[in-house]
Design a protein around this ligand. Sequence first.
Ligand code: C5P
Length: 217
Amino acid sequence: MVKVITIDGPAGAGKSTVAKAVAERLKFSYLDTGAMYRALTLKAMQNQVDLEDESQLVDLAGKTRIDLEYTSGGVKVLLDGQDVSQDIRSIDVTNNTFYIARAPRVRELMVKWQQAIGAEKSIVTEGRDQGTVVFPQAAYKFYLDADVQERCKRRIEELQAAGKDVDAKKLTEELKQRDQNDLTRSAGPLKKADDACFIDSTYLSVDDVVEKIIAYL
Ligand code: C5P
């Protein structure tokens, strides 16, 4: 029987790193649902689709194929067969995901795609709505959070390690704005499921969080 473990939480809480590590320990697959929202955002931008027009976004989603391949180096994101793993991490894509994420009919499609993946194999899936909307019956649910200053610091360090120039003040504002958008949209908002285990990672290392999750399981 396939099993689903969900990890939700805001940007920079450490979900991706933790979810990947837990998946590896359990020999489960890892599902990065944010990468799906990012890939569709990139395609909409490339095709100059009006991001405010939900019908156009739904149309575009219907003509789109997103595949996630897991490699030892991370996740390879294929958008209609093209590797867009790097492109979807740009600041413009990051800030524009808001339009895709707030569109209820686009979310419905995303939810179906994600549920189809979870029906096929055991996964550790991370996002904003995994424990609440996509997999309400998941075997185990976690909500990972951290103090906003700490989350910004982690994002800045991550970008700097990737050799990118970072405007710390701007990034902090953008991350706070993204939190606000994720928390307040009506469709699939960022929310802790009632039956999720809450972990505050502010003072914890990635290994500490992984061990906590494994112990809980
Ligand atoms: O997790 P990541 O930062 O890559 O997600 C990018 C954006 O995609 C988030 O800010 C959020 O708006 C959206 N998202 C979402 N639902 C998910 C995963 C991501 O709305 N399950």
